[in-house]
Design a binder for this molecule. Structure first.
Ligand code: NAI
Ligand code: MG
Length: 323
């Protein structure tokens, strides 16, 4: 029996979590779901967007499923704090199109430092955010990226950075990347400046297998991946550390469509597949991924982001019917 903390959060986070749990209950797996709260609604109720009970539950579970939360200026980001508390230093985001074979790459985003270190200070007339880049974190994320490429039979790892303008921080990242590449002589290693990278993702995405980058750049490139596929509602992610994993869609709480039963649940369902893989339930993960691929290829059931008129629940029902 696996203990799974579930944090639906706010907005469409709640709407995509519900069908995902229905799907997981359909497969032959033993899960003990432990619902916990976080986000803006949680803040209204308890005065905190991330109660200690939620953090402890994640720490004591085999994995966490996270929907999405609405950010509030009064509080530090709940998801960034959770990543830190659970030491989830890897953020893995597969960008795979089921209809265009040219788009199939994985972003490995450094998840513990960079501009997400919560080191922001207000000095009255000026404010400063510290972008912290360490040798240790750069090396461990680059090592993971090469290891991941090897494990998944891919040929190339590409680093994205801005070492021309930020030689002391991204210089460290770039150096760690090429040092680590020596351990993997059978893999090709190359790098691009982040601005050029943003363009190549659109003009020539088939050149990429694995992309490794710092925290903010990885966040931005992931949403660009959503643009490439036509919707953020298709992109899952895994936050992984040594002892724990938290799985969440790349998208946020989408207030523009919240409450309308319109959200595409696929990103959340695919995130739960990444959790199944993490828990070594590879067959179950593959089965659900194949079903999603077939639904997208058939194109009969489509939520509005994919150009259709079906609801979140319709998509969920179709996945369960095929299961
Ligand atoms: P967003 O990702 O929530 O939405 C961006 C756009 O994509 C919107 O047009 C939305 O309708 C669309 N979209 C997102 N997910 C979709 C889905 N599953 N199906 C169909 N369409 C989808 O980003 P936005 O609007 O910038 O942020 C909204 C709130 O979410 C903010 O408070 C932000 O801070 C928070 N946020 C939270 C994240 C998290 O919990 N991990 C991640 C990103 C943003
Ligand atoms: Mg993001």
């Amino acid at each position: 029996m696996f203990k799974i903390t579930t944090i639906p959060g706010d907005g469409i986070g709640k709407e995509v979590m519900k069908p995902t749990l229905e799907i997981l209950e359909t497969i032959n797996a033993q899960f003990d779901f432990i619902p916990q709260e976080a986000g803006a609604e949680c803040f209204k109720k308890y005065g905190t967007n991330l109660p200690a009970e939620t953090i402890n539950s994640c720490k004591n579970s085999d994995s966490t499923l996270f929907g999405a939360v609405t950010s509030i200026p009064e509080q530090k980001s709940a998801i960034v704090t959770l990543r830190k508390e659970l030491d989830l230093y890897i953020n893995q985001r597969p960008i795979k199109s089921y209809t265009n074979p040219n788009i199939n790459f994985t972003i490995i985003r450094e998840n513990s430092e960079g501009l997400y270190s919560h080191l922001e200070e207000d000095y009255g007339n000026e404010s400063i955010a510290i972008r912290k880049i360490t040798h240790k974190a750069s090396e461990r994320i680059c090592d993971y990226a090469f290891e991941y490429a090897l494990k998944t039979n891919q040929k190339k790892v590409t680093a994205a950075h801005k070492a021309n303008v930020l030689p002391l921080t991204d210089g460290v990242f770039k150096k760690a990347f090429y040092n680590m590449s020596k351990k993997y002589p059978n893999l090709t290693a190359n790098d691009y400046y982040i601005d050029a990278m943003a363009m190549y993702l659109i003009t020539n995405p088939s050149q990429f297998d694995v992309i490794v980058t710092t925290n903010l750049f990885g966040d931005i490139l992931s949403d660009e991946g959503g643009g490439l596929l036509g919707s953020l509602g298709l992109i899952p992610s895994a936050n992984i550390g040594k002892n724990n994993g938290l799985f969440e869609p790349v998208h946020g709480s989408a207030p523009d469509i919240a409450g309308l039963n319109k959200a595409n649940p696929i990103a959340m369902v695919l995130s739960s597949c990444l959790m199944l893989e993490f828990l070594n339930m590879h067959e179950e993960a593959k089965n659900i991924q194949n079903i999603i691929e077939s639904i997208i290829k058939e194109g009969k059931i489509k939520t509005p982001d994919l150009g259709g008129t079906n609801s979140t629940q319709d998509m969920c029902d179709e996945i369960i019917r095929k299961l």
